[in-house]
Design a protein around this ligand. Structure first.
Ligand SMILES: *Cc1c(COP(=O)(O)O)cnc(C)c1O
Length: 478
């Protein structure tokens, strides 16, 4: 045995015992997720976490992780957590994250196992989404970053290679999307120098973008000397889970010579679900780029998203370019033709592919797809129960996994909003269920997004009953 270096444990056997015990605590936490809703963190948590940097050692760390860190989670591991669009995580992730930490691979490039694994994940996704062999991809933090990557490639396609050096030049690039598109698209437009004003918002109904308004907006911009370059469709909107008609958008993109980007953050994975939900993704295979997440509807632990690009050549041409210290060699560690850093912003990067690979190999696409279908069934059941309650009303049809409603339609929009917000707070604080809210026209509505493999029919029934009881209590008190 060599002398342990300064930062390694002094006693590996002691570390082994501490780590095993901590692993047991992690598994207990996961096995008991059903009994662990979100609870508000104590007010002095900031003080508790204030860095002392005294070097307390691994035994103290294990204890603090268990007692001071693990209890204060977001709560999205709980089966009645329906807020925002938060994935649950998977037991496979506990194993794969542990191995990733032990390996500590840098997945920017070079010749090692987890680069091949990322390649395998991208190849699998190409197959799922019907992209051609020449398509490329990169795993990123999430859909927000994937959108920046995708629109950077679209911009490069519109302006040519010179734009990497000269920027936008005199061109006024414009893009088109629906009124309820996620904010990450506007943010990408800002970051890429086009500005969010250049993102035209087209009216959007339950059946997607208004195609006539879209054509008119493109024609107007062309007449005004702008350079329309991309149309962004949504597969699963954050407000109500709606899908654009992706085939109609692909036809339009082809006719107008535009790049079709699809935001499928969670909805893209309906590709693995049963019909009718799978059918909502029809046309996704025609996109020029797709952004989606593994940390929402594939339940993979945070964080992991995907940018998938049809034209792998332009993708690489947008990002490749390394210093000479990163040159490939014929043999050895630097001998690898595929360097993920050539396809995105990051040079040094962790091994996100491992947790995706682990999830797919552990559970299989059929079981993951089944869990996704079940989530949609639960949303449908919630919709039916809400609609049957006196004065509660759905504010959008349940299309996929989102249920959006108001707690008392007899009230004014302002009163309804106040009641809905109050109810979401009460239910969160009581630990009964987590609903979040969303603006629907004049009303701040209650919203459930079910992306939780633990949610059973009785969880939906209990959550709706808790809502009804809380409404009754509030209205009695008023
Ligand atoms: C969550 C979400 C995003 C943003 O994805 P992140 O992974 O949070 O960056 C974008 N679009 C839609 C439709 C989403 O639901």
């Amino acid at each position: 045995m060599t002398e342990p270096s300064d930062l390694d444990p002094k006693d590996w056997d002691a570390f082994r015992a501490q780590a095993h015990e901590l692993l047991d605590a992690c598994i207990d936490r996961m096995a008991n997720a059903r009994d662990l809703p979100w609870t508000p963190p104590p007010e002095d948590l900031g003080q508790l976490y204030a860095i002392q940097a005294k070097g307390d050692g691994e035994a103290a760390l294990a204890q603090r992780l268990r007692d001071q860190v693990m209890p204060y989670a977001t709560g999205n591991t709980h089966p009645r957590f329906f807020g925002w669009v938060h994935g649950t995580g998977l037991a496979s992730g506990v194993m794969s994250e542990m191995v990733a930490a032990a390996m500590n691979s840098n997945c920017g490039g070079r010749n090692h196992g987890l680069i091949e694994m990322e390649r395998a994940v991208i190849a699998y996704c190409r197959g799922v989404f019907g992209f051609p062999e020449a398509a490329s991809g990169v795993l990123v933090t999430g859909t927000s970053q994937a959108t920046v990557i995708a629109l950077a490639v679209a911009r490069r396609r519109a302006l040519g290679d010179g734009s990497r050096r000269s920027g936008l030049g005199p061109h006024r690039l414009t893009a088109y999307t629906g009124s309820s598109t996620h904010g990450c698209v506007a943010k990408a437009m800002e970051l890429l120098g086009m500005g969010s004003n250049a993102l035209r918002r087209i009216p959007q109904g339950e059946n997607g973008l208004d195609m006539q308004a879209l054509r008119a907006a493109i024609a107007k911009d062309r007449a005004d000397g702008a350079l329309p370059f991309a149309v962004i469709g949504t597969a699963g909107s954050v407000d109500c889970g709606a899908f654009d008609d992706l085939n109609a958008l692909a036809d339009l993109a082809a006719a107008e010579d535009l790049w079709l980007h699809v935001d499928g953050a969670f909805g893209a994975w309906l590709r693995l679900a049963d019909d009718p939900w799978r059918g909502l993704t029809n046309g996704i295979e025609r996109a020029d780029s797709l952004a989606c997440d593994f940390h929402k509807w594939m339940y993979v632990p945070y964080d992991c998203g995907l940018a998938l690009i049809r034209d792998g050549h332009t993708h690489r041409a947008t990002f490749a370019g390394r210093g000479s210290y990163l040159d490939e060699t014929a043999r050895g560690l630097a001998a690898a033709e595929y360097w993920p850093c050539d396809y995105g912003v990051d040079l040094s990067r962790g091994s996100r592919a491992l947790k995706v690979w682990a999830a797919l190999e552990t559970y299989g696409a059929a079981r993951l797809g089944q869990a996704i279908s079940e989530n949609c069934r639960r949303a449908g059941e919630m919709g039916t129960q809400i609609a049957a309650l006196p004065h509660m009303a759905l504010l959008a049809p349940v299309i996929s996994n989102l249920c959006v409603f108001t707690a008392d339609e007899r009230l004014t929009p302002q009163q309804q909003s106040a009641l809905n917000i109050r109810l979401s707070e009460e239910l969160q604080l009581s630990g009964a269920a987590v609903f979040s809210t969303v603006r629907m026209g004049e009303i701040t509505a209650l919203r459930a997004a079910i992306v939780n493999h633990r949610t059973r029919p009785e969880d939906v029934t209990q959550a709706v009953a808790a809502l009804q009881a809380a409404r009754a209590a509030l209205q009695r008190a008023a």
